[in-house]
Design a protein around this ligand. Sequence first.
Ligand code: C2O
Ligand code: CU
Length: 428
Amino acid sequence: SVAEMGTPDLGGGAAHAHPDHRVAVPDLTEPGDGTPDVRVRLIARSDTIRLDSGQEMHGLTLNGTSPGPVIRAEVGQLVEVELFNESVTDGTTLHWHGVEVPNAMDGVAGVTQDAVPVGSTFTYRFRPPRAGTYWYHSHQVSHEQVPRGLIGALVVEPRGGLDSETTDLVALVHSYGGTRTVNGATGEIPVDATPGDRVRVRVINTGNGPISAWVSGTPFRLAAIDASDVHRPETVTDRHVQVTAGGRADLELVVPASGARVELSGPSLVLGPDSPAERRPEARLDPLTYGEPAPLGFDPERPDRRFDYAIGRRPAFVRGRPGLWWSINGHLYPDVPMFMVAEKDVVRVSITSRSDVHPMHLHGHRMVVLSRDGQPATGSPWWVDSLNVAPGETYEVAFVADNPGAWMFHCHHLGHAAEGLVAHLMYH
Ligand code: C2O
Ligand code: CU
């Protein structure tokens, strides 16, 4: 197998295949036939986006708006999304960020499908396996199409739907030409809520850098990170939450008589009576120690594979241009590692940034954080699909290779990805 050919990038793990698990075409393309439970048609257009601030810009919309419609489905339901490209000249796709879709539905132009040209349709079909907060976005020339507006929220509810006692809100945070918005709105955004209401706010960061979220006027809990519930989250005050680029954070609070605000690094959601905005608390909530431990369902101490993902910069010529380019384990794109795995492998990856902040995103899987700079995780299992790696930091993460295919593992600062900060996880 390729993994045994001795490429140094493959790391030094005891690589062994599970021969009873070969990748078969149906594994990549399920669910095939079946009547969809949720059916959405999205029309991608080159369009004018108007913000409530009066600002207008040339952007990209889905069904005439950016963000596109919030898609809601329950775990296990068959979701069918028909994407029609009306006028996006570079072609387009949709990627289901964070969802463990079958590989053929992952929406990565050039990897899992061709970009959908103007006048054509592509139909995505998948059954989301886990409840949580997700989003969708173009994965064709994504460093242009995502900032310009080809984005939307996807909420996967537990089987049987959400508990009706909680008001469920999406807060998709996106910048249009430098103006930060929440669900397309700017400034102080009133929300329909009354004192006593329990509210879950699903913060989605679609930008290229981390944002801070915090609550003014009342304590809150960080209920979920990247579509995985935190186990026994404690109630906190005077903490802000860092939301990784591409990542999500679900905040839960009860609206007090005096009202509360969810602050989103610029815009805020105003819940109940108008209450004063508070400054960002100094201290950051650290998911490494937050919540209580719970079983992972696998043993990360006995990995089948170990990989390094060390990000640096290197002087080189790329397409004839001299520059300092992103490197992965010293290599430049496309001469970057293929992390080769077999189905069921337990995989450990050490991710280091030697230069700049990199929100690292793995498609098709969720990873659990084991440590940061040698400090072990002691809180709730911290599952992520998007992990903010600051300069000088090293994270150890682990995951189970349980979704066969060819998956991107890239920086979600989409400009960095366009400059080659991309690797792939490949099953063999
Ligand atoms: Cu949200 Cu490959 O991206
Ligand atoms: Cu980066």
